[in-house]
Design a protein around this ligand. Structure first.
Ligand SMILES: O=C(O)CCC(=O)C(=O)O
Length: 271
């Protein structure tokens, strides 16, 4: 049985992003548990993304699914992997990593506009992230530039805290766009979301988010998947996440002992 409609696949392929109402409806509690465990026991990459003068708290952390059972359960047992394969038009889905992003009430810090692809050592067109909130989300929702996954050049990746360049060689990249200053130049997609909805988006789709100046938390889990054509590619510096000691070289498929294939269209979820 398919999980995703032909219309949703067409939207994802055309815009680089699509809203999937209720896809993780039955997983909100489990994801919420995982986020709480992650925040209580942060990993080595956990970061606080506010500086002096910013209000609130913007916490993020990634690559914890092997030690947080709730995340492993969502990755292996929820609709995520099959839905990812269908949207990517791939015969398989391989987990790349989990990413927790929490903006506490009154957080002024926006998430800078960026593409995920340049931070990653992954090349190819079959990839996606699901951004899954476990709180109702209104103006602090994810914002996507429709069609940016087809731009010829990648956008300069920046560090979230100071917004300075992530790699040397700035000229290789497009400058970071500012759709709010130039609204006529960009088609920005954004959706009000309920807990358990998801936005699926391509690694090259430019996205960002406002701060969370509301009275309620904005907790989200991103799950990132790779399809058949994903290959290792060297970037100009240490990637994010870095996965030290991975030992892969250009053109290789990502090693399955670190990045398991969790769905294959031989029909099944592979636990
Ligand atoms: O949660 C956010 O504010 C940003 C999320 C994001 O950039 C991502 O999931 O790739």
């Amino acid at each position: 049985m398919t999980m995703i409609t032909p219309e949703q696949i067409a939207r994802f392929q055309a815009d680089g992003a699509v809203h999937l109402p209720g896809l993780f409806r039955d997983w909100v509690e489990v994801i919420g548990e995982g986020i709480e465990q992650n925040m209580a026991e942060p990993g080595e990459y956990a970061a606080e993304n506010t500086k002096d003068g910013d209000s609130g708290r913007f916490f993020d952390d990634y690559c914890n699914w092997q030690r947080i059972p709730a995340f492993e359960k969502v990755i292996r047992q929820s609709p995520a992997a099959q839905a990812a394969a269908e949207l990517m038009q791939s015969t398989s889905a391989q987990i790349f990593h989990d990413h927790v992003l929490v903006k506490e009430p009154g957080t002024s810090k926006p998430t800078p506009w960026h593409q995920d692809a340049p931070y990653y050592f992954v090349d190819g067109e079959q990839n996606l992230s699901f951004w899954i909130p476990v709180d109702p989300v209104r103006d602090s929702t994810l914002r996507m530039i429709a069609g940016s996954h087809r731009w010829e050049k990648m956008v300069l990746p920046v560090r979230w805290l100071n917004e300075d360049a992530f790699y040397a060689g700035e000229d290789e990249y497009l400058p970071v766009p500012d759709p709010d200053q130039n609204p006529d130049n960009y088609n920005v997609l954004e959706w009000e979301l309920e807990p358990g909805d998801a936005v699926a988006f391509h690694f090259k789709c430019v996205h960002g988010a406002r701060g969370n100046m509301n009275a309620a938390r904005r907790r989200a889990l991103s799950l990132r998947f790779l399809g058949d054509d994903a290959r290792y590619v060297t970037r100009p510096g240490r990637t994010s996440p870095p996965f030290p000691g991975h030992g892969m070289t250009d053109g290789e498929k990502l090693r399955e002992d670190w990045f398991p294939v969790t769905y294959s269209s031989g029909g099944k979820q592979m636990n």
